[in-house]
Design a protein around this ligand. Structure first.
Ligand SMILES: [Zn+2]
Ligand SMILES: [Zn+2]
Length: 484
């Protein structure tokens, strides 16, 4: 039938259009589909393992927080708060926002729940979505994921070193190559004011050469001019006074001991006088990690630093803290281009096939019984065709196929087909759990044995190779001597 031309009945058309509307995710938001999940799962597993190894406890906090928490914590003059927050008023009139980062929330929770009375440092780790109303671009989303670690209550630089060590171990476990650590110290309340004065007077003399943003920053947050990415600003900044040259005694000692710790654990760093991290709460240590691909393009993996004033800024007693966070979306992308093996969940080795309505009912029960005993099973209950079910069992390399047909449903039995030997037998349903487990165990032992034999052969071959190499090496100089 030919389609009715649109326009005959506008009202009706409008209704139809509405009904047929296909929804899309909101701009800057995205779905993480099942095919990508093995990388995410791998990343989460690695991060969770490190958290356990270094005694960091998991914490979850709400996506929605008071806007003021970040205005005070992260800082009003930072890009995150100034330009990128998802802010709105609730029906009750409260000013709230979607969390743009984790650290202020962690500190809020630390204070709210009296964690200050716990043994210090209080070590916490989190991972979850964050929100920034940034211009979406390739690989950058308005909803993005971060994992982070925070240690509150200790000022020794050994904690800063531990943060860096943990991040490094995570990247290593993920097989991310060419990771560079950029490091700087931006001083404290004691030494920064006099440094700021120096910097402002230096920049004021070159104000004409700065970008519009930096002219503004000169008043609100001069340190941020240092990490401006505009070319004209980077030129000005190249000769600017450096924070590390103007640290107070305390900050200097702290930074020196951090460098000593890093040398001790053999972590390579490069000092970056322009690194400031752009958030208000950082004091002393700031660091960032980058990775470089084959074409030399750099991408930031994450970073962190010390925030000795943040607990105080958020209304608590002066308490030091240090932490770091990494963007998980970026990491997953890098992982996909590296040698990282994604996490592959265990696959079922047993397939349950059924034929006919009575068998279908029975199969539900058999499935549950096997599953309860710890055996993973695959099925496709929706299918009625036995042949297509067996095809699927083959495709997923099932070791055992259980078949319940009409007859088996009647006399409460199951056909067990061993896919390795090809043999099959019918047995009472009650015996099936025991039998399946026995066979799976036997198969697993066989696989182990084969693997063992393979590695033994490899080792033998390697020894042979080494021996033959040695003999050839010995031969060559002798020959040379003869020639002489
Ligand atoms: Zn200082
Ligand atoms: Zn600038």
């Amino acid at each position: 039938m030919p389609r009715k031309k649109a326009g005959n009945n506008p009202e009706q058309d409008k209704g139809r259009k509405k009904k047929n509307k296909r929804f899309q995710s909101v701009r800057g938001m995205r779905d993480i589909l099942p095919k990508e999940q093995p990388y995410w799962q791998k990343l989460r597993k690695v991060v969770e393992k490190i958290a356990i190894d270094y005694n960091y406890n998991r914490i979850d906090f709400p996506i929605l927080e008071e806007s003021e928490l970040f205005e005070r914590g992260t800082g009003k003059n930072t890009d995150i708060v100034d330009k990128e927050m998802y802010k709105f008023k609730t029906k009750g009139g409260a000013n709230v926002c979607l969390r743009p980062e984790g650290t202020p929330s962690v500190v809020r929770s630390y204070l709210q729940h009296g964690m200050a009375s716990q043994r210090k440092p209080v070590k916490l780790s989190y991972n979850g979505p964050m929100y920034r109303y940034d211009r979406p671009q390739e690989g950058r989303y308005r909803e993005f994921f971060q994992f982070g670690f925070e240690a509150i209550g200790e000022q020794d630089a050994i904690l800063d070193a531990q943060m860096i060590q943990m991040a490094t171990r995570i990247f290593k476990s993920l097989k991310i190559k060419n990771v560079a650590l950029h490091l700087n110290s931006i001083g404290c309340e004691e030494c920064r004011p006099s440094y700021n004065k120096l910097l402002i007077s230096y920049l004021n003399n070159r104000k004409k050469s700065l970008c519009m943003d930096c002219k503004r920053r000169l008043k609100s947050n001069p340190l941020r001019v240092l990490d401006c990415k505009e070319e004209k600003c980077t030129q000005v900044v190249g000769q600017a006074p450096q924070t590390v040259d103007h640290l107070c005694g305390d900050c200097k000692t702290h930074f020196t001991s951090l460098l000593e710790y890093l040398d001790e654990i053999q972590i390579v760093y490069s000092l970056r006088p322009q690194l400031v991290r752009g958030l208000d709460y950082y004091t002393k240590t700031v660091f960032e990690f980058f990775t470089e691909d084959d074409k030399g393009a750099q991408s930031a993996l994450g970073g962190g630093g010390r925030y000795d004033n943040l607990v105080g800024i958020l209304g608590g007693p002066e308490t030091p803290g240090v932490g770091f966070a990494c963007g998980m979306d970026r990491l997953v992308k890098v992982m996909q281009n590296s040698d990282t093996e994604p996490y592959l969940p265990p696959t079922p080795k047993v397939y349950l096939a059924q034929l006919g309505d009575a068998a279908k009912k029975k199969s539900l029960r058999v499935f549950e019984e096997l599953n309860k005993s710890g055996v993973m099973i695959a099925e496709s209950f929706g299918r009625g065709n036995l042949r297509s079910q067996l095809k699927q069992a083959n495709k997923m390399n099932a070791e055992i196929v259980l078949i319940i047909g009409q007859r088996e449903a009647l006399d409460d039995s199951v056909i067990l087909k061993d896919m390795n030997s090809g043999g099959q037998e019918t047995m009472p349903a009650e015996k099936i759990v025991k039998e399946v487990r026995r066979r799976l165990k036997k198969n697993a032992e066989m696989i182990k044995k084969i693997a063992r034999q393979k590695t033994q052969k490899k080792e033998r071959d390697l020894v042979k190779k080494k021996k033959s190499k040695k003999t050839t090496k010995r031969k060559t100089p002798v020959k040379k001597n003869r020639k002489k």
